[in-house]
Design a protein. Structure first.
Length: 161
């Protein structure tokens, strides 16, 4: 099993997803793969398939809802012809970032620059959701540094706990 990570959401004008609730409180997730991200997704799938086939696999499978079996004799262009629209291809994330961005404006951010949730005094976030977007590399050290800085700020702001 291989995964290919595509760094989406870096350009605010091309952000392709949202999570909301409807009137009955049900979660609604909307995501549309943009043209640039589609190209990057296909390139990642091709690279993963190439790796599998190079080490002796007879075929490589994708997360398409319809069968997509990449075999040496069929070539990698099969991946170009597959559907990448809603419910045609399984997408997931390995690192959730940007779900509660830091910023001064509650209209464009979920938390203050100190990690406090806008409108909820004393409620803090100190994880990868504060980042504006995926950093393009494993965010582990960035998140550890961010949470260290914020935890110090919180301790200074609330010295008695």
């Amino acid at each position: 099993m291989l995964i290919s990570l595509v760094r989406d959401g870096a350009d605010k004008n091309l952000s392709n997803g949202s999570v909301s609730t409807d009137r009955k409180g049900r979660t609604r997730i909307r995501y549309k793969l943009g043209p640039k991200d589609r190209r990057h997704t296909i390139a990642g799938l091709k690279a993963a398939a190439r790796l599998h086939l190079a080490v002796g696999a007879r075929e490589a499978l994708t997360l398409h809802t319809g069968e997509c079996r990449v075999r040496p004799e069929r070539g990698l262009d099969l991946l170009e012809r597959q559907g990448y629209g809603a419910n045609q291809f399984g997408l997931f994330t390995a690192h959730v970032n940007g779900a509660c961005r830091m910023g001064r404006d509650p209209a464009t951010s979920g938390c203050t620059p100190d990690g406090e949730v806008h409108g909820v005094p004393g409620f803090y976030v100190a994880d990868g959701s504060l980042l504006p977007t995926a950093p393009g590399v494993n965010p582990q050290e960035t998140i550890m540094a961010l949470s260290s800085v914020l935890s110090r700020r919180i301790a200074e702001r609330h010295p008695t706990g």
